[in-house]
Ligand binder design. Structure first.
Ligand SMILES: *[C@@H]1O[C@H](CO)[C@@H](O)[C@H](O)[C@H]1NC(C)=O
Ligand SMILES: *[C@@H]1O[C@H](CO)[C@@H](O)[C@H](O)[C@H]1NC(C)=O
Length: 452
């Protein structure tokens, strides 16, 4: 695991100071704590609409703000190798309280999660879960119901949530796992990790399955962002500092939070593999009729009854995102029938323009497509903007080679259809010749027939 190894070297080169605030704050530790390691100490910080900006520390002495007849969301963080507080806390509290009048309990186990030795943090997960059981038992004694307990667990926190859920025989309302931790958990049996039997509904977002995240499906529904590996906008080299290590992993948190803003929906498509999804084999939402395909994030529980009744109750869904908030891409299928005598392999860059001249470019680096005479190649293209009316389409074809002759791609028919909005008219163009690396711009026309 070279990524983790480099991470330690990076940490050694860095010193960080803690912070102090008036209201109870998340434990701020420094790199020196990470070097010596920390003993487990769990702190519970409650936020409600009555105290949005100033947490109340929960203790056995009782609470001024906790109302157990309301829904309670516990947010559990993961491994904290630098000791610094998570950067998403305020945003998560603010957004969740803006959509629902609930109790939010931030579970601060920074002492215990902060250590250079990941396995030490990992070995504390069951102890944190036992601590949380005493909290939930107390809430139940005060009149709360398990149905209204919802845990959001990040990285190691996802497995902690799973352990808590297991202690209640899966009767917790919901668990959301945000890039559940992979190292030391990959391949473990269900009782040693998060699994669908841990709550009435378990949804998971994967964003770093080749690094800090868990590869396989763990919930009733597992959302794989950009295939679950490299996230757009995240640095690809170690020279970018700490972002290189955590950006992919953290993306799951920002994707989830973005769903609370409801600026756009991230729709995900059921598929066996990302490869099949990229090859546009999975653009159908028929399985979910009369509903549409599932939407990632807070509102994914709208699909709960379908997903939990399915046998087995496991669904993997895939989607691509843009590189920044709100991360949504609008997906189109581009079907191309060519009449070249020779098979051509290459990629297409597609741009859409609206009447006002705004341009959306397909940001996806296609796998090289194969264009074969009188065969249809179907490509999936994601655009970060959506135009209801497309005035112009631009196409450029590239084989990727910079030397040698320029190839031509002769297109008999190209058709563009929105997957995001399948009811929209399909747009076509017939008889085009693309010269390699030369952009052509044309006005699309309604397709003459709708056969696929
Ligand atoms: C607790 O919440 C319930 C449901 O929202 C509400 O009816 C009740 O008045 C609240 N209790 C207090 C003490 O605020
Ligand atoms: C997102 O999807 C929901 C249906 O689940 C719909 O009500 C809402 O209008 C959609 N939001 C946007 C911005 O398209």
């Amino acid at each position: 695991m070279p990524k983790l190894y480099f991470f330690f070297i990076y940490l050694m080169c860095r010193v960080r100071a803690g912070t102090e605030e008036g209201c109870p704050a998340f434990t701020g530790l420094s790199i020196s704590s990470a070097l010596t390691g920390t003993d487990l100490k769990v702190k519970l910080m409650l936020y409600t609409r009555q105290n949005q900006n100033c947490a109340e520390t929960l203790s056995s002495a009782g609470s001024r703000y906790l109302n157990v007849t309301k829904k309670t969301i516990l947010i559990v963080h993961g491994y904290r190798p630098t000791g610094s507080p998570p950067i998403w806390i305020q945003k998560a509290v603010h957004l969740l309280l803006s959509v629902e009048d609930i109790n939010i309990i931030i579970v601060d186990w920074n002492r215990g999660a902060t250590t250079l030795l990941y396995h030490r943090a990992s070995s504390n997960t069951k102890k944190v879960a036992e601590f949380l059981k005493t909290l939930i038992d107390q809430m139940l004694a005060d009149g709360a119901s398990l149905d209204s307990v919802y845990m959001i667990g990040i990285s190691l926190g996802a497995h902690i949530s799973g352990f808590v859920g297991q202690m209640y025989n899966g009767k917790l309302g919901r668990i959301t796992g945000l890039d559940p931790a992979g190292p030391l958990f990959n391949g473990k049996p269900p009782e040693e990790r998060l699994d669908p039997t841990d709550a009435q509904f378990v949804d998971v977002i994967h964003s770093d399955i080749d690094g800090l995240g868990y590869r396989e499906a763990l919930g009733h529904i597992d959302f794989y962002a950009n295939g679950g590996t490299d996230q757009p906008g995240c640095p690809q080299t170690i020279f970018s500092g700490s972002q290189y290590f955590k950006c992919d992993h953290q993306r799951s948190v920002f994707l989830f939070l973005s769903s609370l803003e409801e600026r756009c929906n991230i729709t995900a498509y059921p598929c066996d593999t990302y490869r099949d999804y990229r090859n546009s084999k999975c653009a159908s939402c028929e399985a979910f009729q009369p509903m549409a395909c599932p939407i990632l994030g807070y509102y994914a529980d709208k699909w709960k009854s379908y997903l939990t009744l399915k046998n087995p109750p496991v669904t993997k869904v895939f989607f691509d995102t843009s590189d920044k908030e709100p991360f949504c891409l609008y997906h189109y299928l581009v079907d191309i029938i060519t009449w070249n005598k020779n098979i051509r392999r290459g990629s297409l860059i597609i741009k859409l323009k609206d009447q006002a001249g705004n341009t959306a470019e397909s940001k996806i680096n296609h796998e090289v497509a194969t264009f074969q005479q009188f065969n249809q190649a179907s490509l999936i293209a994601g655009f970060d903007q959506d135009f209801e009316k497309i005035a112009r389409i631009s196409l450029a074809f590239s084989t990727g080679s910079v030397i040698g002759p320029k190839h031509k791609l002769r297109i008999l028919q190209m058709r563009l259809r929105s997957i995001t909005y399948p009811e929209r008219p399909q747009l076509c163009r017939y008889d085009l010749v693309l010269l390699e690396n030369t952009e052509i711009i044309f006005k699309p026309i309604p397709c003459q027939n709708m056969q696929t």
